[in-house]
Design a protein around this ligand. Structure first.
Ligand SMILES: *Cc1c(COP(=O)(O)O)cnc(C)c1O
Length: 378
């Protein structure tokens, strides 16, 4: 029987431990695995660096949720992104959006500065510029992030995949902010989808991990596996085990986080201190129509406010909430608030007046009441 993704996630792929019958997987901290008298491995692996049993289990769950041929776990989201970029030929051409998660932007800029790749940016607010930025026969990889952290700009994954494929390139999507409970990037034509599992996939702000899932187990995928193992960006067994635990509740967490964010977006959009509420779930968001097609399980818990009072007001707001905790990161069950510009630095294209909110699963009235009171106090 084909189980639906909610069921696969909740049951961690209907996992039952063969030895004990336990419905929760054992934690395998072993780094090494024995051979028999004939020097044959007893199990499927000899050593934990390529990927241990707990990481295998987490990766298999993500692969099932993404409809992927395979998935691989990494020690962090940026570790996963780095491995994807490392599959690009020396000085190969990469096209990426100019506004996205600042860590990936910095990583790409650094790889370009050292000559490891050649890089062209395109403006995600003018997505029609993508086709002109891709160079047919030369561009190897197109990298997009949707919704893009922290502006929540939406890109049409299917359209980007067509543009990449027409030019002989592949499309890789950072799906961190649209986990597979709402968007299945591979179904929309992407070749690779990467997540910072630190965020929604784990969802409890207690694991650093990343994952890449693939539509095809092709030569690039083999290379990515070798890079993962040889670069040693492997997650620990306990992190992988915790990630399996987190993944089981992904669908219900995301549903509640989406509902909280929608309520907050609606409650704050007309507040006198707010110039813009950036949330793809609002009909007024420029990417709403695409998001409505592409984010079938909700728009997520992430939104940003732009404040009329500029940099100073943004700093003050982030420091004055009582329920939202002032901290970086996104996707956890506890709500977080952050003034982004001081975090991203002066080179960042993120506006001075932007405050990022990551809604958790708390009571909606507590979150709305907290933000309204903090905005009233500016
Ligand atoms: C956090 C984040 C990353 C990096 O993930 P880490 O697990 O922190 O390395 C990449 N992309 C996006 C969109 C993120 O929010």
């Amino acid at each position: 029987m084909d189980r639906r993704p909610e069921t696969l996630a909740a049951q961690a792929l209907h996992h039952i431990d063969a030895e004990t019958g336990a419905v929760i997987p054992p934690l395998h901290p072993a780094t090494t695995f024995a051979r028999d008298a004939g020097n044959q491995l007893i199990g499927p692996r000899d050593y934990a660096r390529p990927q241990g049993p707990n990481a295998d289990h987490a990766a298999a769950i993500v692969a099932a949720l993404e409809g992927a041929k395979a998935a691989r776990l990494f020690a962090s989201g940026l570790g996963a992104a780095s491995a994807v970029f490392e599959t690009v030929a020396p000085a190969g051409h990469v096209v990426a959006q100019s506004r996205m998660y600042h860590g990936t932007r910095k990583l790409l800029a650094r790889l370009a500065a050292t000559g490891r790749i050649t890089l062209s940016w395109f403006d995600p607010d003018a997505p029609e510029s993508l086709a002109g930025t891709i160079e047919p026969g030369r561009t190897e990889l197109v990298w997009i992030e949707t919704p893009a952290n922290p502006s929540w700009t939406i890109l049409d994954i299917a359209a980007c995949a067509r543009a990449a494929h027409e030019a002989g390139a592949i499309l890789a999507v950072d799906g961190t902010c649209a986990p597979p409970c709402t968007t299945r990037a591979l179904d929309l034509g992407a070749d690779l989808v990467m997540h910072s599992a630190t965020k929604y996939l784990n969802g409890h702000s207690d694991v650093l991990a990343g994952v890449v899932a693939t539509r095809e187990t092709d030569a690039r995928w083999t290379r990515l596996g070798e890079i993962a193992s040889l670069s040693g960006a492997t997650p620990g067994a306990f992190e992988s085990w915790l990630l399996v635990r987190g993944l089981r509740t992904l669908f219900v967490r995301f549903e509640r986080q989406s509902a909280n964010a929608m309520a907050l977006a609606r409650a704050l959009r007309d507040h006198a201190a707010v110039s813009h509420v950036l949330y793809p779930g609002l009909a007024t968001h420029p990417g709403h129509a695409i998001a409505a097609r592409q984010m079938t399980g909700g728009y997520g818990g992430l939104l940003s406010l732009r404040l009329k009072g500029g940099f100073a007001a943004a700093g003050k707001l982030a420091a004055s909430t009582q329920v939202f905790i002032q901290a970086t990161s996104i996707g956890g069950v506890e709500s977080l608030i952050e003034h982004r510009k001081p975090i991203e630095g002066p080179d960042s294209p993120t506006p001075d007046d932007l405050v990022r909110l990551s809604c958790g699963i708390e009571a909606e009235a507590d979150l709305v009441g907290d933000l309204v009171a903090a905005l009233d106090g500016l």
